[in-house]
Design a protein. Structure first.
Length: 399
């Protein structure tokens, strides 16, 4: 098998009786082609030894923040991971993660990571059903974590009920769905735009928007995992460059327009996830505008429409495939369908940003993917990594 070929997996193991199953999961992940970095909590070491994981993964097991401090182990592991799994996830670690506590290497690393997080709870039924645990799980789900299980079955001490750790095979199947490893974009060049743009008014002020760039970065990361040569054109964003991605930082819409049109000439797919400014000040003051001078009048002029210009340059050609994004607050699908026709894109990803759990500045999204052929795909609330995978599924199906 090679479903997860080349995928960097952070495997966190915590102190539950089911920790022995983590060794079986490590073996499955390696067999699927993943590179696995095991991190054991202090509690986990009471149930299973580091030597087991080192033998199965061929990589050093990490356990303490104080090991190799100079190299910043937690930051290194967090940045390099493409997906993090905690298997099993005890009630204690769920509580720490929900509240941002970082008192050991595992929780510190997870707090420093920006990759998809998969949690597989395992505990006694009374602990799982406690209101505090339920609230912690709800918080983690809202932040975009995937919660697998627990199953209903035999527990420690002869008890039976919900709280049993899901099987390793179920976790592997979830990861294959979450992080497609089929390399179905190998040999393809994908250009992705992400983040907002900043249109200067004077040396210290600008027009902008709330885009964090998380959705575009998730698409770039997913395309790279699927084997594409990915070029990410990013507006101002404090996000790390995904592994295997070439990044171009820009500030204004005009700068993004220039870079994207140049890259698109050699692309198979262009994904326009950036929330660019539609307008810019007609004149930029070279000095800071003073409050004492009164309320300034800022005259605006339109920015170029990058997606429309790309479609027009393509003419009647089939490539590059054009994927646009639309953030709407009212009549979401109707507005999206109208924009799809107006822009001439092949696919349009429409997300409703009227709520607080999807769209700007959060780790989750809910979208409708509209196609020129009339097809539509609903993606309910999910992590942006999962949404990125669904978008690329539609791209691959049409390539």
């Amino acid at each position: 098998m090679s479903e997860l070929a080349g995928t960097r997996v952070l495997l966190g193991v915590t102190g539950g009786i089911a920790a022995y199953k983590a060794a079986l999961l490590a073996r499955l992940l390696v067999g699927a082609g993943a590179s696995v970095d095991p991190v054991l909590s202090r509690g986990a070491e009471h149930f299973i030894g580091a030597a087991t994981f080192e033998g199965l993964t061929g990589r050093k097991v990490r356990g303490e923040v104080w090991e190799d401090v100079a190299s910043g182990t937690h930051v290194e592991l967090g940045r390099s991971a493409e997906v993090a799994i905690v298997y099993p996830a005890t009630a204690h670690v769920l509580a720490k993660l929900a509240n941002g506590l970082a008192d050991d290497l595992l929780t510190t690393t997870l707090l420093a990571s920006r990759c998809p997080l998969v949690l597989a709870p395992a505990m006694h039924t009374e602990m799982w059903e406690h209101a505090a645990t339920r609230a912690n799980v709800a918080t983690l789900r809202k932040r975009g974590a995937s919660i697998l299980g627990p199953d209903d079955g035999p527990l420690m001490g002869g008890d039976t009920g919900p709280g049993r750790l899901v099987d390793p095979e179920d976790v592997l199947a979830h990861l294959v769905e979450l992080l497609p490893g089929t390399r179905d974009l190998a040999g393809r060049t994908v250009v992705v735009t992400a983040g907002g743009t900043r249109e200067p008014i004077d040396p210290v002020r600008f027009l902008g928007n709330r885009s964090s760039g998380k959705m575009g970065f998730a698409v770039a990361a997913a395309a790279a995992r699927r084997g594409a040569d990915v070029h990410l054109v990013a507006g101002p964003a404090s996000l790390p460059t995904p592994p295997g991605v070439t990044r171009y930082d820009v500030g204004t819409t005009l700068e993004m327009h220039r870079v994207v049109l140049d890259l698109a000439a050699r692309a198979d797919v262009v994904v326009k996830a950036a929330a660019v400014a539609d307008f810019r000040p007609a004149a930029v003051s070279t000095s800071k505008l003073k409050k004492a001078a009164g309320v300034p009048v800022v005259e605006l002029e339109p920015n170029p429409d990058i997606l429309l210009d790309l479609v027009e340059r393509r003419g009647g050609a089939a490539t590059p495939m054009m994927v646009g994004f639309a953030a709407e607050t009212d009549d979401v699908e109707a507005e999206g369908r109208a924009k799809l026709e107006r822009k001439g894109a092949d696919l349009l990803v429409v997300n409703d940003v009227s709520g607080s759990d999807a769209g700007f500045e959060v780790d989750t999204n809910r979208v409708v993917i509209l196609a020129r052929d009339g097809a539509r795909v609903d993606v309910p609330l999910a992590s942006k990594a999962e949404v990125a995978g669904r978008i690329l599924d539609e791209v691959v199906a049409r390539l």
